[in-house]
Design a protein around this ligand. Structure first.
Ligand code: F3S
Length: 439
């Protein structure tokens, strides 16, 4: 242990890394401590993780998104504070994922004071490193959206799959704690989805006889994503036969669901996503080893899996997973026009501070507030303990929320379209239109 200037003990950084890993002179300097203790700590973690990734070298990244911001216990907070105390600064534009605290509204909910205090400390630690306080799980909806081919280190599964698939940027599935090491050093293991040869499709999923009316509907995408995640697991799926070009929000819903029920970090949609202009391109000229047809029966069955409660009772409608976009605010405002929310049901909309600000400036926020909606800012109902025991059944249009809610929150969940969610919030009981889901 070494003494630092304020008298506290600092650890000696032990590191072992594979002899096959080639470091540049600058990498070696960072590892030796020439660039400071924080950089040394980050690089010591990075070189050991490079071994896990089977990387022969590190590569430069030009952006990072930090998922370690979610407060899940004191160890994560202490890790962030340790880096901050050592003088850590990010060296690439770095966005922050949701935090464990809605600084604006947490006192309206049963969030324990100690939780709030620790989550806030963790937020401050990451901000002190120079990261941008975006506090969103949808960084692709900000001005920090990457571009095609850009090498980045992003955490948060829905952000990763969107960046790789829809934009064609390149990131591995970075876990918490490693993402910030990449941001501090500007380096990442040269492995996995950073490399062209690892981005070829691995399983062909062929949509068969799906009605175009369903393919155009928002509700189709979280269901398809849920099914694709289950079929693909950690393989790269190639979806063939989609007759429409999904919107950004439809991609968002699809990717988030596929990264939740499976570990999808990259998908190709033939003729739609940038690395899949043709079927051959999607597989980089290789013959698909696995091929599965997806039928309406499969989709109906997948949709049913996203609901755990087929009763009519409802306590809350939860929207904004991943964080609500401006288009989603606009759609919702049109759906509530002239309607009143039933007081027995809460409606919670989740997004980040910048999107809420834009929604305010366009008048969406006030209309929704008058309807009776409430807003969760910079966090989400899965990342902060905001729901009391009186909330027993939630309804959502998100495949990801639907998948996680029973296990993580111990609540019942009903999945439906945004239209269904609004109709339910108005009637006070579950309304679920199944007319699009017939064989
Ligand atoms: Fe975002 Fe929370 Fe969903 S972090 S993706 S709103 S579970």
């Amino acid at each position: 242990m070494n003494n630092n200037l304020d008298g506290r003990l600092l650890p000696h950084f032990e590191y072992n890394y594979a002899m096959s890993l080639t470091l540049t002179n600058k990498d070696q300097e960072m590892l030796d401590g020439t660039h400071g203790r924080a950089v040394q700590m980050a690089m010591s973690i990075l070189v050991q993780m490079a071994d896990v990734y089977n990387a022969d070298e590190l590569l430069d990244i030009s952006a990072a998104h930090i998922d370690s911001t979610i407060y899940i216990g004191e160890s994560g907070m202490e890790y962030a504070e340790r880096l901050a105390e050592l003088g850590a600064r990010v060296v690439v534009p770095t966005t922050l994922n949701v935090s464990g605290l809605d600084e604006h509204h947490w006192q309206e909910w049963p969030v324990p004071n100690e939780w709030a205090s620790n989550a806030h400390r963790q937020m401050l630690a990451y901000q002190s490193m120079g990261a941008v306080p975006t506090w969103t799980c949808a960084p692709y909806q900000t001005v920090y959206r990457p571009v095609f081919g850009q090498q980045i280190s992003w955490g948060e599964s829905n952000a990763i799959v969107f960046a790789n698939s829809v934009i064609g940027a390149r990131t591995e599935r970075y876990p918490d704690l490693l993402d910030i090491c990449c941001a501090i050093t500007g380096r990442a293991p040269a492995a996995g989805l950073h490399l062209t040869e690892n981005r070829a499709g691995e399983i062909l999923l062929n949509l068969v006889d799906i009605p175009s009316e369903l393919e155009e509907a928002d509700v189709f995408y979280p269901v398809l994503g849920h099914l694709v995640g289950k079929l693909a697991g950690d393989r790269i799926p190639v979806i063939l036969g989609l007759g429409t070009n999904p919107t950004s929000d439809q991609h968002k819903a699809f990717g988030a669901a596929s990264a939740t029920s499976g570990q999808v970090a990259l998908y190709h949609m033939v003729g739609i996503t940038p690395e899949a202009t043709t079927l051959e391109t999607a597989f980089q000229g290789k013959t698909p080893r696995f091929s599965i047809d997806i039928t309406m029966a499969d989709l109906i069955s997948a949709k049913h899996e996203l609901t755990t409660d087929y009763g009519s009772m409802l306590d809350m409608v939860a929207l904004g997973c991943p964080h609500f976009s401006l288009d989603e605010f606009s759609n919702l405002v049109q759906l509530i026009e002239g309607k009143n929310k039933n007081p027995a049901v809460q409606m919670q909309i989740t997004s980040n501070r910048d999107m809420i600000k834009q929604a305010k400036s366009l008048g969406y926020y006030d209309k929704l507030a008058r309807f009776g909606a409430k807003f969760t800012v910079d966090t989400c109902i899965l990342a902060t303990p905001m729901l009391g025991p009186e909330i027993k059944t939630l309804m959502t249009n998100s495949g990801k929320y639907a998948y996680y809610t029973p296990g993580l929150l111990g609540k019942n969940i009903v999945f439906g379209s945004l239209e269904d969610c609004v109709a339910s919030a108005v009637s006070g009981r579950v309304v679920n239109d199944e007319s699009k889901w017939k064989i």
